[in-house]
Design a protein around this ligand. Structure first.
Ligand SMILES: [Zn+2]
Ligand SMILES: [Zn+2]
Length: 286
C-alpha cells in the first residue's frame, strides 16, 4: 500500500485540477490519497467523482491557525481529516479564513496601486483559480515587472512580513482549531511541525499541549524535514502516543516533490480512520 495524506489541487494553491490529481495519484501507484486544500473542501466532489478503481480518497483540509508562544504569534498548519464538512461551526471558520485571505490580498493590491504600481485586483483574481492569496499578488507583481521573482515579492521591501505592502492576516488559534475539528467528528494531524525553512516553528512543549487538546497525529515524514527533525518528531510522537504520518504535500509539477514521495504506514492510516466519525474514506462507485 502506498498512502499519501497531504496534497493540494486548484481548489487552493495547487496546479492540478482535483479530478486530474486523482488520475495522477493512481498513476503514481497510490492506494490512498488525501485531498487537503487550504481551508476548503471545494475540490472533494470533483475528486470523488473522478476516483479510479483501486484508489481511496481521504477527504480533508489544511487549516491555517496560530499559537501564542511567549507573547509572539506563530503560524501553524493543522491537517483535518474525515470531518463532517457540513458541520456549521467548523464550516463557518473555514469560510472566514478564506474570506480574510481574499480581503488581505485585496488590501495589498490597493496599497501597491496607491503607490502607483501596476497591479490590478482583476489580474490577481484571474491568476488564482481557487482561493485568492498572497502568492497570487506576488505572481501579478512578477508579471507587471515590479520584481524579478515571487520570492523577491515576498521580501521585506514588498509584501513580506513587515514590508510596506504587507497586510496581517486573521486565523483561528490552534486550540479553537483542534476543538472545531473534533466537534465536526474529524481527526487532526500537525502539518510539517519542524519545517524551519518555512518560518518560525514551535517547540515540543507546544506539541505536548496540542496532544492534550485532542491532536491525533504528527506529520513526521515531510519533504521540508531533514533527518534530524524527523528523528526528533518520531521520538516525540512515540512519547505522546501520536500517530506518525508521512506525506508529499504535493502542489503540482512546479515543486520538486512528487506524489507518494513520502508515505504513511497502513497501521497509522487505520488509526486515523478509526479515530474519526465525521465522514468515511471514499472509494470509486462500482
Ligand atoms: Zn502547510
Ligand atoms: Zn500543504
Amino acid at each position: 500500500m502506498s498512502i499519501d495524506l497531504h496534497t493540494h489541487s486548484t481548489a487552493s494553491d495547487g496546479l492540478v485540477e482535483p479530478d486530474d490529481l486523482m488520475r495522477l495519484a493512481a498513476d503514481a501507484g497510490l492506494t490512498v490519497v488525501a485531498l487537503t486544500d487550504h481551508d476548503t473542501t471545494a475540490g472533494h466532489a470533483r475528486a470523488a467523482a473522478a476516483l479510479p478503481a483501486g484508489l481511496t480518497l481521504l477527504p480533508g483540509a489544511e487549516i491555517s491557525c496560530f499559537v501564542e508562544v511567549a507573547g509572539r504569534s506563530v503560524s501553524l498548519h493543522v491537517l483535518a481529516y474525515l470531518f463532517d464538512a457540513t458541520e456549521p461551526a467548523f464550516a463557518a471558520v473555514r469560510a472566514q479564513i478564506r474570506e480574510h485571505r481574499a480581503t488581505r490580498a485585496r488590501q495589498m493590491v490597493r496599497l501597491l496601486a496607491t503607490d502607483g504600481h501596476q497591479v490590478t485586483w482583476e489580474r490577481v483574481s484571474e491568476l488564482a483559480a481557487g482561493t485568492v492569496g498572497r502568492p497570487h499578488v506576488a505572481a501579478a507583481m512578477v508579471e507587471a515587472g515590479l520584481v524579478p521573482t515571487v520570492s523577491a515579492a515576498f521580501s521585506r521591501e514588498w509584501i513580506g512580513t513587515g514590508g510596506p505592502y504587507w497586510v496581517g492576516k486573521w486565523q483561528p488559534d490552534v486550540w479553537e482549531t483542534l476543538r472545531l475539528i473534533r466537534q465536526a467528528g474529524g481527526v487532526s494531524v500537525f502539518a510539517h511541525p519542524f519545517a524551519s525553512r518555512r518560518g518560525v516553528t514551535v517547540g515540543p512543549e507546544v506539541i505536548e499541549r496540542m496532544a492534550g487538546a485532542g491532536l491525533t497525529g504528527l506529520e513526521v515524514d515531510h519533504p521540508d524535514h531533514d533527518g534530524d527533525e524527523r528523528r526528533r518528531l518520531r521520538a516525540l510522537a512515540a512519547d505522546l502516543d501520536l500517530v506518525v504520518t508521512g506525506s508529499s504535500d504535493f502542489h503540482g509539477s512546479s515543486k520538486p516533490q512528487g506524489l507518494g514521495a513520502e508515505s504513511t504506514s497502513p497501521a497509522a492510516y487505520q488509526r486515523l480512520v478509526a479515530a474519526a466519525c465525521g465522514a468515511a474514506p471514499i472509494t470509486a462507485a462500482a
